[in-house]
Structures are given as C-alpha cells and as structure tokens.
Ligand binder design. Structure first.
Ligand SMILES: NC(=O)c1ccc[n+]([C@@H]2O[C@H](COP(=O)([O-])OP(=O)(O)OC[C@H]3O[C@@H](n4cnc5c(N)ncnc54)[C@H](OP(=O)(O)O)[C@@H]3O)[C@@H](O)[C@H]2O)c1
Length: 287
C-alpha cells in the first residue's frame, strides 16, 4: 500500500494529504484538472502530476479523493474513478467523505450527506475487490467551519447558538489531523473496509462552550434558539424561501446532524495511530 493516486491535491484538505503521504514515503501521483496544474503546491514537488484520467490509475495501490462539489462530482465523477480503479486492480479507494457519520442521517436531512450515501450505495455494488474506506472526522475546527460556516459559535459576538438540549457528543478535528489519519488509512496494510472514524475531540455542547472559553480566553453567552423541532421548522422555512441559496439552510442541516446526535461518530480509531497527537478545541484556539 505505497503507490497512491490523489485527487483534489489543489484543495485545502488534499494538499495537506499530499504532504502527509510524501512524509510517509508514499509514491504519490496527483490527478489534477489541466487548468489547475499551476495551483499544485510547491511542497508536493515530490509527486508525479498527471492531467489525463486515462492511465492515471495504472500501477496504483490506493486512490484517495479529496474533491469538493455537487452530485456530478461526489457521485458521478467518484463512481467513474472507482470503476477506473477497479479496472486497474487498485486495492483501496477512499472517497471524499470527511464528514460526520452521514450513514446516521435520513434522506433529505442534509444534501451533502445524501450524495455521499448515494456514492457509498453505488460503490457497494460496483467496487468488486476494491476496498472502500469512508474516513469520518466530524466537523473541521479550522478554515472557518466550526467558527464560521456552521453558525454554531460567533467568537466576535462571543455567542454560542443552541437548539435542543445539546447533550449529544459531537466530534471536532483539524484539517491537518484529518489528512494525517487519512494518510495512515491509505497506507495501512490491514483490511479497513467501511467506516474509519477519527477525531480531535468529542464534546457535548456545554463541553464545547467550556473548551472554547478556555482556549480563546473569552466568556460565551449561550443563545437558546429553540427545540430540535424548531430547528427542523427553521430549515424547512429557509429551504422554501431560498431554495437556491444553500448557505441559508445547509449550515443548519450540519448543526442539526451534530446537535441531534445522528451524525455522531461513536468509537474512533485514534488509538491505533499513536504517533498522531490530534488537536482538540482548546489547543486549536490557544494556538
Ligand atoms: N467535515 C467538515 O467540517 C468539512 C468542512 C469542509 C469540507 N469538508 C469536506 O472536505 C473535503 C475537501 O474539501 P476542501 O475544503 O479541501 O475543498 P476545496 O479546498 O474546495 O478543494 C476542492 C478540490 O476538489 C477539486 N475538484 C472539485 N471538483 C472536481 C472535479 N469534478 N474533478 C476533479 N477535481 C475536482 C478541486 O480541484 P480544482 O483546483 O481543479 O478546482 C480542489 O482540488 C470535501 O469532501 C468536503 O466536503 C468537510
């Protein structure tokens, strides 16, 4: 498990994965769209860069996808790459999941999760001998995901926004730690098929507030928005009013899947990779 083909190396997560793989001695090939070759980070100079899908999968043990996009990318393009991987005798395929546990959510509860489950269902039919590994890391701590996109905590206003009781565990991980664990998952010689859950930290809402306060050295006001049923209603209303504006409702869909516990990861595999000291909320903010 040494020869790796990486898709999405020009993105935030993919570039970190490239670095983590090279650091572990992987023989790395990057499949990059022709117009994006100039975006390949200089620190991935040790990798081979190809732009043509034909032939890109030959001689590869593991394919990792770290792409971002809609169903044409997450379902259609990833299935095309899985078929190419199977035809080339690739042993492992890691799709671009990097999420909470979307298998716990129902259809329509989160569109991004729907596409990832659609890929997983089709992959289960089509993978043949290729092992499909779903890396799950909860919510990203950095790149303004937890402290931005999600609408959970506003550090400038010093407010945290709660729906329901907040008593479910939620997972938080940095991009860099997710990349490190994914590199380990890619190169691991053991069978790994299925969910591969890792996390920087697992916290309930009150625990999250405490860790943020300790790490950022601030005091947060908890704003109670209503019940989880009120959150369902707020999402339905936003979708009805602004169907084309995903920023009006997608963040709430993620926050719902965390607060209601449906996306919780359960046991994580961190302990199997002790060299990775995954960062928690307090250390991330203190840094
Ligand atoms: N758990 C969380 O909290 C969380 C938050 C954010 C993201 N994520 C997930 O993390 C993963 C990576 O996200 P990111 O933030 O690193 O994304 P990003 O920085 O936007 O990078 C996206 C990458 O995908 C490539 N790409 C997009 N469509 C493609 C296609 N059709 N064919 C080939 N390449 C394509 C882009 O290539 P070009 O340079 O050619 O455009 C780029 O390299 C995604 O699965 C995303 O859903 C998770």
């Amino acid at each position: 498990m040494k020869r790796v083909l990486l898709l999405g190396a020009t993105g935030n997560l993919g570039s970190l994965m490239g670095k983590a793989l090279l650091a572990r001695g992987a023989v790395l090939r990057l499949l990059v769209r022709p117009e994006s070759v100039a975006k390949v980070p200089a620190e991935l100079a040790g990798a081979e860069v190809v732009t043509d899908e034909a032939g890109a999968f030959a001689g590869v043990d593991v394919v990792i996808s770290a792409v971002q996009g809609g169903p044409e990318t997450i379902v259609e393009a990833q299935l095309r790459w899985l078929r190419a991987a199977r035809a080339a005798g690739v042993r492992r395929f890691i799709p671009s999941d990097f999420s909470f546990d979307f298998f716990g959510l129902g259809e329509g509860e989160n569109v991004n999760s729907d596409w990832r489950r659609a890929f997983a269902r089709a992959a289960a039919q089509e993978a043949g001998d290729v092992e499909v590994v779903h890396v799950m890391n909860g919510c990203f701590l950095d790149h303004r995901v937890l402290f931005g996109f999600l609408g959970a905590i506003d550090l400038e206003k010093r407010e945290a926004y709660l729906w329901g009781d907040g008593d479910q565990k939620m997972e938080f991980t940095t991009y860099a730690d997710t990349a490190e664990f994914t590199a380990e998952a890619a190169l691991d010689e053991r069978p790994l098929a299925g969910r591969f859950a890792v996390a920087g930290e697992s916290l309930t809402f009150p625990e999250l507030v405490k860790e943020v306060e300790a790490g950022a050295g601030v005091s947060l006001t908890v704003v109670r928005r209503g019940s989880l049923a009120d959150l369902d209603a707020a999402i339905a209303k936003a979708q009805a009013e602004q169907p084309g504006n995903m920023y009006a409702w997608l963040p709430m869909m993620y926050w719902r899947g965390m607060l209601n516990g449906k996306g919780a990861l359960g046991p994580v595999r961190n302990g199997e990779y002790p060299a990775i000291r995954a960062m928690g909320v307090r250390a991330y903010l203190a840094g």
